[in-house]
Design a protein around this ligand. Structure first.
Ligand SMILES: Cc1cc2nc3c(=O)[nH]c(=O)nc-3n(C[C@H](O)[C@H](O)[C@H](O)COP(=O)(O)O)c2cc1C
Length: 222
């Protein structure tokens, strides 16, 4: 979970945690959120987290998330992947608290890859939002949505459901919500996207997101 801007941000959040350890409840969490956001702003940097929105092992969603990370890398943009396989979102415990402090709070831009399960996005992805301690950690951030399905709809409906939830959390969603339908036929046996048109659509979606999200690219040799 490393981005080029992670260290100062994470340490600022940890410092905030230490400084206000005696505070409790909402007041404490609000302060951490504000300090986390401030540290990002002061560093004039961003942090992109790609959420692989399922806890299903060996999912196509995870492979598409990796494709997004590689394409961003080619464009000179660092990002981290966070998979819902890696954290128990069913309960608020120490591991989740750490995950909030080190990933959710410093992230400024989310790319959410969500599979279509029974005509919508997975329940485990909804639990990510429902388990987080405060709605404020999501406020005023930006998100890009991509749907993944073996069926023909590419989770179009699920992305609309998800966008509604994100808007409730005051997250602004980029209008280009990309459905990747019949995902098995666009991916090769190496787990990479092989279909030319799908790659073009992802490239275009990411270029729009980079412009819209005011994300600065770094020269590739740095
Ligand atoms: C619980 C469950 C429900 C699913 N429901 C749908 C569905 O409604 N429509 C569809 O096109 N595919 C559905 N699928 C198939 C997924 O689209 C397929 O597994 C695809 O690869 C994305 O999921 P994955 O990232 O878990 O692999 C479902 C899969 C699971 C595990």
């Amino acid at each position: 979970m490393t981005a080029n801007c992670e260290l100062p941000t994470v340490y600022a959040v940890r410092l905030a945690n230490l400084t206000i350890r005696h505070k409790i409840g909402q007041q404490r969490s609000s302060l951490i959120v504000i300090l986390g956001k401030l540290s990002v702003l002061m560093n004039k940097k961003y942090m992109i987290t790609i959420i692989s929105g399922t806890n299903r092992k060996n999912s196509n969603t995870g492979k598409i998330a990796r494709e997004y990370q590689l394409i961003l890398q080619e464009k000179g943009i660092e990002s981290d992947i966070f998979s819902l396989e890696d954290v128990d979102v069913m309960q608020y415990n120490e591991a989740f608290r750490l995950f909030e402090n080190e990933v959710l709070i410093p992230t400024t831009h989310f790319i959410i890859i969500s599979p279509e399960y029974n005509g919508s996005f997975p329940g485990v992805l909804k639990m990510l939002f429902d388990t987080s301690r405060s709605h404020e950690i999501w406020h005023h951030k930006k998100a890009l949505l991509t749907g993944v399905a073996t069926g023909r709809a590419g989770n179009l409906r699920g992305m609309d459901h998800l966008a509604d939830v994100l808007n409730y959390l005051k997250i602004t969603v980029h209008p280009n919500k990309l459905p990747i339908s019949v995902v098995n036929s666009v991916m090769g046996s190496n787990g990479r996207v092989m279909d030319k048109n799908t790659l073009i659509a992802i490239q275009q979606q990411l270029d729009e997101f980079i412009f819209w999200g005011a994300l600065q690219t770094q020269p590739l040799n740095q």
